[in-house]
Ligand binder design. Structure first.
Ligand SMILES: [Zn+2]
Ligand SMILES: [Zn+2]
Length: 650
């Protein structure tokens, strides 16, 4: 099934449409869903272009501007006022609010740098202290044109043309600064109390590279200093936890131009994470009665025609390979890289005759999929082109559905506990009766029956969930699970979906007790999402300080001197026999320097051996994040480590 782990709305440059688009694109899908994804894709493309040339807000949109946006936009005026005081020759373009704050674009010979920020902010402070009112006035088009021409503000002259003929041309003035603007603003510059300039970037006028390059100063503003400081701290924390930064520091994964964008290379330490997660999934799924399968990374075009992915999903798949047959009379074969595992699994179901005795049949695979994401959308591990998915498809009868669904739900909760996701929520999307046969597969009974069962399971499990009507997938109700990292970052980790329709398209059947044939229901589930996104999230969740069972280097032995080297080596050897990832540091560096190095390397547990420890057969334990835990008998320390690894606690 589809990975629906994706960057959160608090992440960089995401918006609701983008999320919807990503979601629709990454959901196991059928014609209507694909059509929906396509429509969203068109919306997305419009948004992409809007990224480059900010569309002028309508008066209606301005009217609805939030208080925060109003404040931030007003702060952009304050910024422009300050810049003009310091560099009167600056030419101004526009200064809209953004998701993180605001910006203003300037054309100026002087190159802005963060070193200028102090002077600009000091000037902004004077402007806010002067507590100027934002006064509105209007001009005719000709007056406005003359006004800006006189002042050499050529961009403003051109921007006049963006204002619809029937809209008043309004100006806002604070102190000596006059701007072409339709508002709205706060009352006075004094209302702008807490702000900070963030960075400067190049931006083409109207986003077109044929136009002059302007300098964009980004800033943010909040209603008060406390809120500003909280935001700045959260930004700093997010920067520290950025999975790309930690991934580099810890040497977990890499990208290479010759391999290609969006195709992560897993380095040995990152591969440890992958294998530990697979081990967890395999153990958990084995216990829950799943069977493992393996499928190739390729399939013929016909498979995706049956599944409904082609032609609708084609733009999210890599283009096909054309294979000419040796026999010139035979048609050319078209082979696709698989973008999802479901069709292959359905073919495994139908590969042998199935009886009711085999159901529920749970087919699991950490399947590798390839999806074509445009290069501009790739982002570290969060948006990639190749992904390994914790996938499984459960084929069952309607009677078995509730138990199966409950078990999947419990599996999610079990995982959350292991990873310490204390906060999570579920979103239960149901159908709408009016749209049966159009937006939703026409099985009124099945819809009501399964939705009732899903609801009952959710209520019984006591988890937080919201029910949203008319947002189900075409072929059945679904649940999206959102989790929150320690730092509060939101992440849609997985979906759990019921499928009434696809098994029919594939002609999946089983013999019933009465020797008739029936089509099974299918549950798509991927609680750990894809390795790429899930590990990206875990890196940020743990800030790279993985729990013992997951840590790439679990233990490092540090003997104080040469005399303790043999004792340390014997501990290393013993831990290795138990499969512990342990290293020995016998370099001649001072012990303090070696401890610091191990901590920088994010080793989970450091075991120190001094003369005293050696004499009595002890080990001195230091744990990441906990510091010195004192010396304990060797056997106790080892037993404790092994137990923690086995139970995946701590
Ligand atoms: Zn699936
Ligand atoms: Zn304005």
């Amino acid at each position: 099934m589809a990975p629906t782990t994706r960057p959160s709305s608090s992440g960089p440059k995401t918006n609701r449409h983008e999320l919807l688009f990503a979601f629709a694109r990454q959901t196991p899908n059928l014609r209507p869903l694909c059509a929906a994804a396509k429509r969203l894709s068109a919306t997305h493309k419009r948004m992409e272009s809007a990224k480059h040339d900010v569309e002028r807000k309508t008066l209606e949109q301005r009217h609805q501007m939030s208080d925060l946006d109003r404040l931030r936009h007003s702060c952009a005026h304050v910024l422009a006022t300050a810049v003009l005081r310091l560099w009167p020759e600056a030419k101004l373009d526009i200064g809209p609010p953004t998701a993180e704050g605001f910006y203003y674009d300037f054309d100026l010979e002087h190159r802005f740098s963060p070193e200028d920020f102090e002077a600009i902010e000091a000037e902004m402070k004077k402007v806010t202290k002067e507590n100027q009112t934002f006064e509105r006035s209007t001009k005719t088009r000709d007056e406005a044109k003359a006004f800006f021409e006189e002042r050499g503000q050529s961009f403003k002259v051109e921007r006049l043309a963006d204002i619809p003929e029937d809209e008043e041309i309004s100006f806002y003035q604070n102190g000596e600064f006059v701007d072409l603007c339709a508002g709205p603003h706060v009352m006075r510059t004094g209302n702008v109390k807490a702000y900070k300039l963030l960075r400067v970037a190049a931006a083409y006028y109207r986003g077109n590279e044929k136009n002059p390059q302007l300098q964009r100063i980004y800033g943010t503003a909040f209603p008060n200093k406390t809120k500003l400081n909280e935001w700045l701290e959260a930004q700093e924390e997010a920067r520290k936890r950025d999975h790309r930064k930690i991934g580099r520091e810890m040497q977990l994964f890499a990208f290479d131009d010759d391999v290609g964008p969006g195709l992560p290379l897993w380095l040995p330490k990152g591969t440890v994470l992958i294998e530990e997660l697979e081990k967890l999934a395999k153990e958990t799924e084995f216990e829950a009665g799943y069977d493992r399968v393996r499928t190739p990374h390729l399939a013929r075009e016909s498979l995706y025609k049956i599944s409904g992915h082609l032609p609708y999903y084609a733009e999210s798949m890599f283009p096909p390979m054309e294979l000419k047959d040796d026999d010139p009379d035979k048609p050319t074969d078209r082979i696709y890289l698989k973008a999802m595992n479901c069709p292959h699994h359905h073919k495994i179901f139908s590969a042998v005759p199935r009886s009711y005795r085999e159901l529920p049949l749970r087919l699991a695979e950490y399947g590798t999929c390839y999806r074509y994401e445009r290069s501009g959308e790739l982002m570290g591990l969060m948006r990639v082109r190749s992904m390994q998915m914790n996938d499984a498809h459960i084929y069952c009868t309607p009677e078995q559905f509730a138990d199966e669904f409950r078990a999947v739900n419990e599996m999610y909760l079990k995982y959350f506990k292991i990873f310490g996701f204390e906060k999570f929520s579920m979103r239960f999307s149901t159908h709408s009766a009016e749209r049966l046969g159009d937006k939703y597969v026409g099985e009124p009974e099945l819809w009501l029956q399964t939705e009732d069962m899903v609801r009952k399971v959710l209520v019984e499990s006591g988890v937080d969930f919201v029910e949203v009507a008319d947002e189900a997938a075409f072929y059945g109700p679904k649940i999206d699970v959102q989790v929150y990292s320690i730092s509060g970052r939101e992440f849609t980790i997985a979906t759990n979906q019921v499928d009434f329709a696809v098994p029919k398209r594939f002609g999946l059947e089983f013999k019933t007790r009465d020797n008739t044939t029936e089509t099974p229901l299918c549950i798509h589930r991927a609680p750990l999402g894809t390795h790429e996104r899930f590990i990206g999230f875990l890196i940020e969740h743990y800030a790279g300080n993985f729990p013992l069972w997951l840590a790439p280097e679990q233990v490092r032995l540090l003997p104080f001197g040469d005399d303790q080297a043999d004792y340390a080596k014997s501990v290393v050897a013993e831990l290795r026999t138990h499969g512990v990832r342990v290293k020995l540091d016998t370099t001649s560096d001072k012990i303090g320097a070696r401890i610091r190095r191990a901590e920088t390397d994010r080793v989970h547990t450091i075991l120190l051996v001094g003369q005293r420890e050696q004499e009595v057969g002890n080990l001195a334990v230091r744990e990441h994040g906990k510091g010195d835990l004192g010396a304990k008998p060797r056997d106790e320390v080892i037993a404790n480590l092994l137990n923690k690894i086995k139970t995946r606690e701590g």
